[in-house]
Design a binder for this molecule. Structure first.
Ligand code: ADP
Ligand code: MG
Length: 331
């Protein structure tokens, strides 16, 4: 989870005075709500109050629409229908789901299966709120259904088919980023030049604060309310995956919501992985991917992707940076 380090409404008065390049009378408008199982916030810099509030409402309606479509726990959702029917044959679905699954499969191939939306074949048996994990027999039985190669997507037909009948998918590692991108695109089309949209640990920043970038904090994975590093950012997306948001302890083992597809169990290694990328769908999928891959393989992957950076916190609390960030901190 990320959070803003400054109080935007306080800044706005200051900025209105200091920045003649920004239209006089403009101010920050914002709204927070609960959607996609997390807290969502939209903040934009606008001149017209009624228009700005209308835009924020349009963004929240769009996120709600995607939430209703992609929530696997809601039996009425399109994703739940896919999970019920795609094991029997191709299911024609929405362009949004086709787009998200296409990108998810791209990251599965790129990470050789570390990112795999079919983790849900086993993931569906975890209940973090109730502190329940599936028994070894259940994991052994269903682990073979975690296999992205058994997700047959036909973009021309707009259909999806599971070639393993027991396979289930969950877009929790990528859908929030997609919703954030859709929101920013909506604001851009409306002419907004400065905004930030966040859904849980996924944020995208449009523009800057006029004369300087925003400062975003990366949370301390073991000390709630504290930050380990603050980074100035403009025109980028940033996502953080951590083992401290949704978890319970089973003896010494931290059972959390990111599963290693190879074992069907929570990964043990990193405490936090933050990824910066131009688009939130990519930073979201990659933060989950790197969390599974660990420090060495994770940084290797990030360093191979132009325009993508990462800040990782290992099991001992040590920070690791991708190559470009190391260069910029030394420079
Ligand atoms: P958050 O949902 O807290 O923002 P992430 O973006 O890291 O955090 O996503 C974690 C979610 O990703 C899990 O709740 C689950 O829905 C999904 N997930 C878990 N393991 C995997 C995996 N190996 N590949 C793809 N998605 C995963
Ligand atoms: Mg993610």
């Amino acid at each position: 989870m990320l959070s803003l380090s400054c109080k935007p409404l306080q800044w706005c008065c200051l900025l209105a005075l200091l920045l003649p390049a920004w239209p006089a009378g403009a101010e920050w408008f914002s709204e927070n709500t609960e959607l996609m199982g997390t807290s969502v916030s939209v903040e934009l810099w606008g001149q017209d109050g009624a228009r700005s509030r209308e835009l924020i409402a349009a963004v929240l309606a769009e996120i709600e629409r995607l939430d209703l479509m992609m929530n696997p726990w809601n039996p009425g959702s399109e994703l739940a229908r896919i999970n019920r029917e795609a094991g029997r044959g191709p299911v024609v679905t929405t362009p949004e789901i086709v787009e998200v699954v296409t990108r998810a499969l791209y990251y599965s191939r790129l990470s050789e299966g570390a990112f795999d939306i079919s983790f849900a074949s086993v993931g569906q048996y975890y209940d973090y709120r109730e502190g329940r994990a599936p028994a070894d027999e259940v994991v052994a039985r269903d682990r073979e259904n975690i296999d992205y190669r058994a997700i047959a997507l036909d973009p021309g037909a707009g259909s999806i088919h599971f070639t393993r009948p027991g396979l289930q998918i969950d877009l929790g590692g990528i859908a929030k980023g997609y919703a954030v991108d859709r929101s920013i695109e909506l604001l851009q089309r409306a002419g907004v030049q400065s905004a930030i949209v966040s859904a849980g640990g996924d944020s995208r920043i449009l523009g800057d604060l006029g004369d300087r970038p925003r400062t975003i904090g990366i949370r301390h994975p073991r000390r709630p309310g504290e930050y380990v590093v603050m980074i100035p950012l403009a025109d980028t997306a940033i996502s953080t995956s951590g083992d401290y948001e949704r978890f319970f302890m089973q003896g010494e083992v931290r059972v959390h919501h990111i599963l290693d597809p190879a074992t069907g169990r929570s990964t043990q290694g990193l405490q936090s992985a933050s990824v910066l990328a131009p688009r939130a769908m990519d930073s979201d999928a990659l933060s989950t991917t790197v969390f599974v891959l660990g420090v060495e393989r994770g940084l290797q992957l990030i360093n191979s992707l132009p325009g993508v950076d990462a800040i990782l916190i290992d099991g001992a609390g040590k920070l690791h940076y991708s190559a470009d960030l190391l260069l910029s901190t030394r420079g």
